[in-house]
Design a protein around this ligand. Structure first.
Ligand code: NAD
Length: 380
């Protein structure tokens, strides 16, 4: 079949779903690969690199969508793109079906099969396709690089002829995939790192990365864990204790990276205005929860603001796109693993096995039906 990647059309999106490297793997599955001319340029892959990898370069988005049997993309389809979908096509991309009901209806009406990469179940076998983890990892890393860019001092402590420099103190709130990546990056730059999470089981992971786990002395124990490793909303009493802990930290830390999320809910507000006011001038807050409303009271999504007391608050929501080459390499690898599972006989023919947990879990429209939400996976 012909697997084609169009150029991303959402403003500011620099990633691409096919790389010259992933194309070679996809061709080994018996497929042909197509790319829209210029689709990889913003991520560092020019048309010549694709041609060298055996990919056909197609001029124009509509021509690409017409030529492809399987369209692979990063972002959910736009209205125009959905208008080109056919019933004999498969679309594989981020989709966020719970938030995009109208688009789900549109795709159902087209008769196309849509595979939502953000729906990959978090079971061991599917880790190689887990785009949420690969993008969160990049966001966590890039958040620290952004903090370093905004911060006027070293991360690492130094003793120099010109004076002694203390290490930067970094607080990471939320130690899921993005938070752990941020902890690893900040410790490797030499900062003193501390972290907090409502799930007590992450303490060991935080400590194994050379950071300090901020323990909350609370009668009901620090237990905000829900099933599947996700967090649940905290009780009011727990929240008050947590805010008191953060108030103690606010005057001391130089950089705060917030990543706290609760599935299906707005981001919890954890870094309040008075905490920002208590921070030293030149301190930096990077709010990775900005897209879900932000963990910090003062976050403005997609903006960098400077408060009256000189604290920089960054609410960018496009950190993976700001590292478009790396993000595309990982995303394209996740996609080609999905195609591997969809092409079990390596004969260039997609087999849409709805008995398979991963394929079933990610398929949101199929044969003119909406197949979202899926049943829970049978295997852990
Ligand atoms: P997430 O993005 O949903 O949330 C980020 C973090 O915020 C979580 O660690 C959460 O506990 C924390 N949080 C929520 N409320 C908070 C609060 N009030 N204060 C402080 N922290 C708060 O998380 P994620 O990165 O998607 O990871 C969630 C879980 O999924 C983890 O346990 C992770 O290990 C697991 N996971 C499993 C797989 C797999 O098995 N394939 C893959 C990826 C992640």
């Amino acid at each position: 079949m012909k697997v084609g990647a169009p150029k991303e059309v959402r403003p500011g999106e620099a990633r691409v779903a096919l790389t010259p490297e992933s194309a070679q793997h996809i061709q080994k599955l018996g497929h042909e690969c197509l790319i829209e001319a210029g689709a990889g340029v913003a991520a560092g892959f020019d048309d010549a690199a694709y041609r060298k990898a055996g990919v056909e370069v197609v001029e124009g988005a509509e021509a690409l969508w017409q030529a492809a049997d399987v369209v692979i993309k990063v972002r959910e389809p736009t209205e125009d793109e959905a208008g080109w979908l056919r019933n004999d096509q498969t679309l594989i991309s981020f989709f966020w079906p719970a938030q995009n009901e109208a688009m789900l209806e549109r795709c159902k009406a087209s008769g196309a099969t849509v595979v939502a990469m953000d729906m990959v179940p978090r079971i061991s076998r599917a880790q190689k396709m887990d785009v949420l983890s690969s993008t969160a990892n990049i966001a966590g890393y890039r958040a620290v690089i952004e903090a370093g860019n905004q911060f006027g001092r070293f991360f690492t402590g130094q003793v120099t002829a010109a004076g002694k420099v203390p290490p930067a103190k970094v607080l990471v709130v939320g130690a899921g995939v993005a938070g752990l990546a941020a902890i690893g990056t900040a410790t490797s730059l030499g900062a003193v790192v501390r972290a907090f999470d409502v799930r007590p089981e992450v303490a060991e992971q935080i400590e194994s990365m050379g950071a300090e786990f901020l323990f909350l002395d609370f009668d009901e124990s620090q237990d905000g864990a829900e099933s599947g490793g996700y967090a649940k909303p905290s009780s009011p009493e727990f929240r008050e204790k947590q805010l008191a802990l953060f108030r103690e930290q606010a005057a001391e830390v130089d950089i705060v990276i917030t990543t706290a999320l609760i599935p299906g809910k707005p981001a919890p507000k954890l870094w309040l205005e008075d905490m920002v006011q208590a921070m030293k001038p030149g301190s930096v807050i990077i709010d990775l929860a900005a897209e879900k409303g932000g963990n910090c009271d003062l976050t403005v999504p997609d903006q960098r603001i400077v408060t009256d007391n000189g604290v920089v608050v960054v609410g960018y929501t496009d950190f993976p796109s700001r590292m478009a080459t790396q993000a595309s390499l990982l995303y394209a690898t996740n996609i080609r693993h999905m195609l591997t599972d969809l092409t079990p006989d390596k004969d260039g023919v997609l087999q849409h096995d709805m008995e398979d947990d991963v394929i079933r879990g990610t398929t949101v429209t199929h044969q003119g039906e909406i197949t979202f939400p899926p049943p829970p996976p049978k295997v852990k």
